[in-house]
Design a protein around this ligand. Structure first.
Ligand code: BGC
Length: 349
């Protein structure tokens, strides 16, 4: 069967390969892949900066944002032939650490977790894959291809959960949230902010096109320029760019008692000059909390499914700015200026 594969850490190695049918050891549920979303992590993997092949193998099947249709499932279980499903990305470490033992693999403590399409476990960008039922999340058939947004939304649902848990350390009545970056994660973070009844501000570099329109159509405010001008003293900042200068601006701009949630994975090697003393002083005197957030557990996928079900379908559809057939997979991995979410169509829905 066809699969998009890569030799991790080897730029230019990505290819459309012919790979064996998925191994039974991956689970009793056989899924036909419909669509796979592409994100910054995939670009990092194909440009040789990130990723790990499964043990004993040279190549990794790419793809961690998926939507598929069940072809075979054990009788009497929660899944049946024809169901739309999304595969969870991370698998608990085998030790397991205390967090993985209670299914909070997104907080794995020893780093021995695996991630489909990223770390030591083949991903979903193949015509078929296998999975165990506990790692397949059933998607409302009404959502259709938009189910491919579930994985990035789960990452955002976790970020919001962290913000709310940290915020609740004291009386917590947030009113404003600033989101940095109007890519898929930023736009979904803004959507979930609007769903919480907050005054939402999004900052990005582009001055026109689909991103300002999508922000405006949510009822949120779109800004370019500095964080401080866009929204002084917000209660929450969700940082979705990983750009070091924005990360530090976020820490020094968030309001008194506010929470900054960092979701953008930066590449190393970018030094910037920061007045650490002043930053520390302000963070201490203002009770500022900064929390990093990665990945998602099943609870977050379920919260994400609720958020997508409540969202306006036409707005979600506009997030899928390009759909590329698997035979032209390489076009999906090239960024274009008006891209929000680019999707590889593996089998026609
Ligand atoms: C994925 C996460 C993953 C992270 C780090 C992100 O792109 O959405 O599931 O944990 O990369 O590998």
């Amino acid at each position: 069967m066809k699969a998009v594969t890569v030799v991790p850490l080897q730029q230019g190695s990505a290819a459309l390969s012919d790979v064996p049918e998925p191994p039974e050891s991956d689970g009793p549920v056989l899924v036909e892949t419909l669509a796979v979303g592409v994100c910054g992590t995939d670009i990092e993997i194909v440009t040789g900066q990130y990723g790990w092949a499964p043990p004993g193998k040279e190549r990794l099947v790419l793809g961690h944002e998926s939507l598929g249709r069940v072809l075979e499932a054990p009788a009497g279980g929660a899944l049946a032939k024809g169901d739309l499903v999304v595969g969870i990305v991370r698998r608990p470490d085998p030790v397991p650490c205390p967090n993985c033992a209670v299914l909070e693999w997104d907080f794995c403590r020893n780093g021995l977790y695996t991630e489909r399409g990223i770390k030591e476990h083949d991903g979903y960008c193949s015509e078929r894959y296998r999975i165990t039922p506990d790692f397949a999340v059933k998607v409302d058939s009404k959502l259709g291809v938009l189910g491919v947004l579930l994985e990035p939304t789960s990452v955002v649902a976790k970020a919001w959960e962290e913000v709310e848990r940290v915020g609740s350390r004291a009386h917590w009545e947030p009113k404003t949230v600033l989101v940095t970056g109007a890519g898929p994660i930023g736009l979904l973070a803004a959507l979930m902010g609007v769903q919480r009844g907050l005054d939402v501000h999004v900052i990005d570099q582009v001055t026109e096109g689909v991103k300002p329109e999508l922000v405006g159509d949510l009822g949120a405010s779109y800004h370019t320029g500095s964080i401080a001008e866009a929204c002084p003293d917000p209660d929450v900042i969700i940082e979705c760019t990983g750009v070091p200068s924005l990360v530090f601006d976020a820490m020094s701009t968030v309001g008194n008692g506010g929470v900054v949630c960092l979701t953008g994975v930066s590449s190393g090697g970018h030094s910037i000059s920061v007045d650490e003393g002043l930053l520390n002083r302000n963070m201490v005197l203002d009770n500022v909390a900064v929390v990093g957030s990665v990945n998602a557990n099943r609870r977050h996928y379920e919260a994400a499914a609720d958020a997508l079900a409540k969202a306006e379908r036409p707005w979600l559809e506009r997030l899928l700015t390009r759909r590329v057939p698997i035979d032209q997979w390489d076009q999906a991995l090239q960024r274009k200026p008006d891209d929000v979410k680019v999707v590889i169509e593996v089998n026609a829905p």
